[in-house]
Design a protein around this ligand. Structure first.
Ligand SMILES: [Cu+2]
Length: 235
């Protein structure tokens, strides 16, 4: 049990032998280290951090919880260990004390406004499971100008997907010239997004199962991290 306000989440990932995992992928691009993603169960809120990893393998990340309720804590691990998978996920549940009023997900809306930023998303008529598609986002800042994207956590933009109910997870990126090794792999398929001109992002999507999914599109503008959520139907 946690409380609203700042809480430090700390953990150590262990290898099958029980020894702490201390060797993580490094370098350019987003597929390094540890990604800590925390979502409220109703997908109304997301927190995404790439915490530093201590020499002993211990991770301690302060997190600001602004709202009570049940959360899923997902740790996406990129080990640099021979024979280990490229990445794998671990998860845990966490409760932030207080009254929880889950909100039903809104229907798909093509335009999202976040802190004065306008994010317009072009989505194909149908999205099928395991069928790669590209969504195009056009983003303007509060002054109405197209945003210039700068890398954040190794990518120009992060697209984090959670399925409503089961909280299945998928993650793709929009990669720039300075963010190599940015492609996501799912089974035999590869998904990558590319910038598509000023203020425009092509976001690669490949969702494993049908259902209602919440896309959290994250990008940086002038040091601010913006998160634009969208509801997507996969059938
Ligand atoms: Cu990412």
């Amino acid at each position: 049990m946690s409380h609203t306000g700042t809480t430090t989440i700390s953990f150590t990932v262990r290898e099958p032998s029980g020894a702490p995992l201390t060797s993580y992928r490094r370098g350019a691009g987003p597929h390094t280290g540890i990604h800590l993603i925390i979502v409220r169960r109703d997908l109304g809120l997301i927190i995404h951090r790439h915490p530093p990893i201590g020499a002993t393998g211990r991770i301690a990340q302060p997190v600001d919880f602004t709202s009570p309720g049940p959360y899923r804590l997902l740790v996406d691990v990129y080990p640099a260990v021979k024979g280990a998978p490229r990445n794998f996920q671990l998860h845990a549940n966490l409760r932030v004390a207080g009254a929880y009023h889950p909100k039903p997900l809104p229907a798909f809306a093509a335009v999202d406004t976040v802190d004065g930023y306008r994010i317009a998303l072009r989505v194909p008529k149908r999205i099928h499971p395991i069928d790669p598609v590209t969504l195009t986002a056009t983003i303007t800042n509060p002054g109405g100008k197209l945003v210039t994207f700068h890398p954040w956590f190794g990518a120009l933009a992060h697209a984090i997907f959670f399925r409503a109910g089961t909280l299945d997870y998928f993650h793709t990126h929009v990669c720039g010239p300075n963010t190599p090794g940015c492609t996501s792999i799912f089974g035999g398929a590869k998904v990558v997004g590319r910038p598509a001109g000023p203020g425009k992002l092509n976001v690669g999507v490949l969702l494993p199962v049908a259902g209602t999914w919440r896309l959290f599109l994250q990008f940086q503008d002038r040091g601010r991290i913006l998160t634009a959520p969208f509801t997507l139907q996969v059938r």
